[in-house]
Design a protein around this ligand. Structure first.
Ligand code: NAD
Length: 490
């Protein structure tokens, strides 16, 4: 078990954690607080203020005031400040990794190896992209001097879920900031801690007060108030389809743009010529990464009848070797689930799935006496009607089904309303590409699952979201409002 960094420990001891606007920590207008729990043992990790209308209003006004300054800085000056922000994060990466691991229950090797460095890379990518992205595009139109001019919107609101608080925060706000907007963020009430730490790093890096603001609280109060605040010029929401629909409806009423990154129920399609060893290792990795609490993970595994028995036997062996343990133990490969409530939800799916006739291929181990929210990987097999085949479970699990033909696999993958991420596994790349094109998802990977890179657009279709996604040059443009400027020449 690693020793907690002194700075991380000091940060966790702040009681209660307050909101963040005007470049400083702000206490609540009301005494309302909530506890944040350590998923490893269920003990209280921190206490946070729970805001409401008043806090949202103060944070949005702070962002609106800061917009006057931030939007007028040159792109180069803004980018230089963002690189400084990334530099400081680099210096404090171990503290960030520890806070994130403790809050979410993630294995420290994962926060060190993926979450934190990938987030830092996001800042540098968009800081550089902003410099290279023209704000004016001349239009070649006869007898006219015309151009499209792009300028930032103003204050952008962001609402995030609990599974990747640090990464999703940066994927969301960094392109908005690089484009010259200011932001007000509502992190999840379950895992708000890294967002608060990042907010103070931004100020220490020289990002002006009011550019990046945080209001703590729940969805029905802070989330709704933020979405409806008249000074919010656009919204981005990451979370469940149910809450996303509510945010989109409110944005629709106000006629402001809204980006939605929602849930998924990804599929992996394994043809008879798939590399079984590679697929078993990577798909076991996909469902245990972040304890399966990953929107784009593959939880419906379509396996060709010729390799079904060999593959399922091998993947069970791989999953049985995954080391489940405490988040700050460097030998842990998979930590606990993020909350007690969520563990109950996952177990209830398992129960319902079995009652509906699913067969257990790998049993879930969850010691009820352990106060932590641990749950080992489990595998089910059955029919397409089973609840565990159809609904997002968000745990370390997959549902196996057998198929015979390409057409059949495509039809069965596409029968659910989500459209986030799928993968196709085959040595025949012509077939793999043909199938990938026909699967309903924003992201379709070949012989791999969970593929991320800056420059590779990531977003959902159908009930998994709309509005352009994240991580690509288009994301920066999404935060720039196009205006046509034209002068007839005769
Ligand atoms: P959730 O929808 O319950 O909550 C997400 C956030 O929305 C929280 O901050 C919550 O407080 C807030 N909220 C809830 N109701 C709201 C409302 N009516 N108005 C405004 N805000 C509201 O989701 P969750 O349980 O925190 O996260 C899990 C979900 O997020 C899963 O469905 C997962 O697939 C999805 N997710 C999607 C992506 C993606 O990139 N597509 C990434 C991560 C998670």
């Amino acid at each position: 078990m690693i020793l907690l960094d002194e700075k991380a420990s000091q940060f966790l001891n702040i009681t209660p954690h307050g909101h963040w606007w005007d470049g400083k920590l702000q206490s609540n207008q009301s005494p309302l607080t909530a506890d944040v729990y350590n998923p490893v043992d269920g003990t209280r990790l921190a206490s946070v203020s729970m805001g409401g209308e008043k806090e949202v209003d103060l944070a949005v006004r702070s962002a609106d005031k800061a917009f006057q300054q931030w939007s007028k800085l040159s792109v180069h000056d803004r980018s230089a400040l963002m690189h400084r922000f990334a530099d400081l994060m680099e210096k404090e990466k171990e503290i960030l990794a520890q806070i994130e691991s403790l809050d979410v229950g993630k294995a420290i090797t994962a926060t060190r190896g993926f979450d934190i460095p990938f987030g830092i890379e996001c800042i540098r990518y968009f800081a550089d992209l902003a410099i290279q992205t023209p704000r004016d595009t001349p239009l070649a139109i006869t007898n006219m001097e015309a151009r499209v001019h792009r300028s930032p919107y103003g204050v952008c609101g962001f609402i995030f879920p609990w599974n990747f608080p640090y990464n999703l925060l940066l994927w969301g706000i960094i392109p908005a900031l690089a484009a010259g907007n200011t932001v007000v963020v509502k992190p999840s009430e379950v895992t708000p801690l890294s967002t608060l730490y990042v907010a103070q790093l931004a100020v220490r890096a020289g990002i002006p007060a009011g550019v990046f603001n945080v209001v703590l609280g729940d969805g029905p109060s802070v989330g709704v108030t933020l979405t409806e605040h008249p000074l919010i010029k656009r919204m981005s929401f990451t979370g469940s389809a149910r809450a996303g629909a509510d945010v989109a409806r409110r944005c629709g009423q106000r006629i402001i743009p809204c980006k939605l990154e929602l849930g998924g129920k990804g599929a992996a399609v394994l043809f008879e010529d798939a590399d079984i060893e590679k697929a078993a290792t990577q798909l076991a990795g996909a469902i245990t990464f972040n304890t399966g609490q990953v929107c784009c993970t593959a939880t419906r595994w379509f396996v060709h009848e010729n390799i079904y028995d060999t593959f399922s036997k091998r993947v069970v062996e791989v999953l049985q070797k995954i080391k489940v343990g405490a988040s700050l133990d460097e030998s842990t490969e998979m930590g606990p689930l993020a909350s007690a409530e969520h563990k109950k939800r996952v177990l209830s799916y398992l129960d319902q799935g079995v009652k509906q006739g699913a067969k257990v291929l790998l049993e879930a181990n969850h010691n009820e006496k352990n106060p932590g929210y641990f749950l080992s990987p489990f595998l089910l097999e059955g029919t397409d009607e089973n609840i565990c085949f159809r609904e997002e479970i968000f745990g370390p699990t997959a549902f196996l089904v057998c198929f015979t033909s390409e057409e059949e696999a495509i039809r069965r993958v596409n029968q659910i309303p989500y459209g986030l991420a799928n993968s196709v596994w085959s040595q025949d790349l012509t077939r793999a590409n043909r199938v990938a094109e026909q699967l309903n998802a924003g992201n379709n990977w070949i012989n791999a699952h969970n593929v991320f890179a800056y420059g590779l657009p990531y977003g959902g279709i159908n009930q998994s979201g709309f509005g352009g996604g994240v991580n690509s040059p288009e994301t920066l443009n999404d935060y720039l409002q196009p205006k046509t400027i034209a002068r007839p020449l005769s």
